[in-house]
Design a protein around this ligand. Structure first.
Ligand SMILES: [Zn+2]
Length: 173
């Protein structure tokens, strides 16, 4: 961010509260870009002892991850993940449990992860968002050492399955 979104003045990086932050130099405006992390919901969607992994548009051909998405205004994370599962893969799912919160500092996000099971529906996805999907058996699914991969590892543990985290690019291929 280079210009103030409130008044259009140039922002300068100055120290506030112990950190350097982009700050508006207009004395009447006072805008500070706090750069707070953004909450993102993630879902482990289970059906028939398999979990669905998706490849987002723009990802390399070997990358697959959990269904994820942003909250809408006025929405709780539990609602958001059920909606995202419907929107991203076309499935009606029931939310079962909260798995945990995980850091994704690289993208300045806080991941809030849940376990869901499929009630009904056929997989179909919006091609502008999702490039591909696959069902992976619990016997072979491999958690990855970034973001939502930690949630997958922790959830597998609740099923008595202990798996090491693998590099994201090597997992699930
Ligand atoms: Zn300003």
């Amino acid at each position: 961010m280079k210009y103030c979104p409130q008044c259009g003045q140039l922002l300068r990086r100055i120290e506030i509260g112990g950190k350097r932050r982009d700050t508006c130099m207009d004395g009447h405006c006072g805008f500070v870009h706090w750069n707070n992390p953004v909450p993102v919901v993630g879902g482990i969607v289970e059906w028939n002892d398999q979990v669905v992994l998706v490849r987002n548009v723009g990802w390399p051909a070997t990358w697959y991850g959990l269904v994820t998405g942003f909250l809408e205004a006025g929405e709780m994370p539990e609602e958001a993940i059920v909606r995202e599962v419907k929107e991203e893969i076309g499935l009606d799912a029931t939310l079962h449990s909260f798995i945990g919160m995980y850091e994704f500092y690289r993208k300045n996000q806080l991941l809030i992860c849940y376990h869901l099971t499929v009630d009904s529906g056929d997989v179909r996805f919006p091609p502008d968002e999702i490039a591909d999907f696959k069902w992976v058996p619990l016997e072979t699914v491999q958690p990855w050492s970034a973001g939502t991969g930690h949630a997958l590892r922790d959830w597998l543990r609740t099923r008595g399955i202990e798996r090491e985290l693998r590099d994201f690019t090597d997992a699930n291929n």
